[in-house]
Design a binder for this molecule. Sequence first.
Ligand code: SRM
Ligand code: SF4
Length: 513
Amino acid sequence: MVQAPEKDGTTLNKFEKFKAEKDGLAIKDELDHFAQIGWEAMDKTDLEHRLKWVGVFYRPVTPGKFMMRLRVPNGIISGEQMRVLGEIVQRYGDDGNADITTRQNLQLRGIRIEDIPDIFQRLKSVGMTSVQSGMDNVRNITGSPMAGLDADELIDTRELVQKVQDMITNCGQGNYQFTNLPRKFNIAIEGGRDNSVHAEINDIAFVPAYKEGELGFNVVVGGFFSAKRCEAAIPMNVWVRPNQEVVDLCRGILEVYRDNGLRANRQKSRLMWLIDEWGIEEFRTRVANQLGYPLATAAEKDAIDWEKRDHLGVFPQKQEGLSYIGLCVPVGRLFADDMFDLARIAEVYGSGELRLTVEQNVIIPNIAAENMPTLLTEPLLAKFTPNPTPLQRALVSCTGAQFCNFALIETKNKAVDLIRQLDAELNIPRGVRMHWTGCPNSCGQPQVADIGLMGTKARKDGKTVEGVDLYMGGKVGKDAHLGSCVQKGIPCEDLKSVLTSILIEQFGATPKG
Ligand code: SRM
Ligand code: SF4
């Protein structure tokens, strides 16, 4: 794809250099060759970077065992697809598992390079793709997990999310138009009243809004987290109808960003930095020019007027006689047997559909009333309960040191272990949203949590130990705003006592008798 040279003549950073040498997507035609020669013989840049353009991530922590990041638009996946993914990870024994991600998506683990051509065939056979899910591409597009089910829904996001993905990825074939962005890019489309997608932390988010009585979306732009800076998205002063206008606006913004986004310093390449440089008015004008027509101004206010729901438990749908059940998947971790069980349960009791949430949980929709009692006796529900404790129900964690080389601490196991201990000692009257993230990249979004924990190195008794920075005050749903760091460098071994005090003093917890 054509790229604007650096305006200030700065030397290209190493990422821009290797992208200019060979587009990451070109790797899709070399996968058979890699499978034959093995990962150790691969060119280092292809191995460590370009493979991410097809969603395959080399893991320095587990060399030879790759991670595969899929695309699950709107978090909707069929039982058949889930079963195929289960079969893929099953062949890797203890190395194989899957994680539900904070973008309503799935990542598979333990993948061997020699199996990748076969895995891609299997994905294709069930209409799935992992294309453009890593590096300087648009990530999984999130949408309301209740789309089409919720009686109070404003806009059904399913088709819109799929259309935006199809535009960006050329229907999953890969699209060189959008494979060399200055940096990663996040898009979310909210259709409900409760901001289920965390609109404020996306580069583009569509938020329902009535304009002169007509329902459409207000648009916010530039939200992002990075180690250097975190910003909530800001209004673009644009309103679009819930149709092709959404797809076109995404295309226009992506083209403007692709051709003008800052590329010299990767710490300053996300969309917000360009908006800073131009000002939001100029940015809006450039996007309108790119599209070739004027943009409608924003509706006065958006229609997010509910607190965020977590959808765990059993709830009626708008379709009479049907309900959905939300299951709590501790820190999003699934093994092959769990995936087979979820697929079977969705097919036997529901319509064969499953949904993933940004809280790393699973929803099974379309369950007839007469099927619910038997579903509730399924052994899987002992592991993935619809009735979790207040701490379990809102626990989120990024990958952490088990698989991620950026991590400063192990996260998922610590997170589960700590709430188990806190639950044993405290009565906690309300849900407390606790988010763990292993490093300042903030994949686990500590800034949206009631209590956010970000991995760091701390000092204790003169030694360097695993620790966390404590974030508090994140507000989600209506009037969402980001939390901030309130305490730095808490050694992990002191965390239980620190959190016990916070839960008692600020969340009404009482010690168990
Ligand atoms: Fe992330 C990089 C995992 C959501 C901000 N993220 C990474 C990498 C790819 C780093 C690496 O190569 O090891 C991690 C892969 C680890 C692994 O083996 O799993 C990784 N990010 C994740 C996931 C899996 C966390 C999770 O456990 O759920 C999430 C995958 C989402 C998906 O399905 O695509 C994930 N990452 C996020 C989010 C949250 C969100 O999107 O709502 C953020 C903050 C929001 C944002 O991007 O603005 C996030 N990830 C980052 C960053 C910092 C970006 C920046 O602008 O500096 C990095 C590092 C980078 O890109 O250089 C990063
Ligand atoms: Fe890895 Fe850091 Fe992201 Fe956690 S926050 S997945 S440790 S990059």
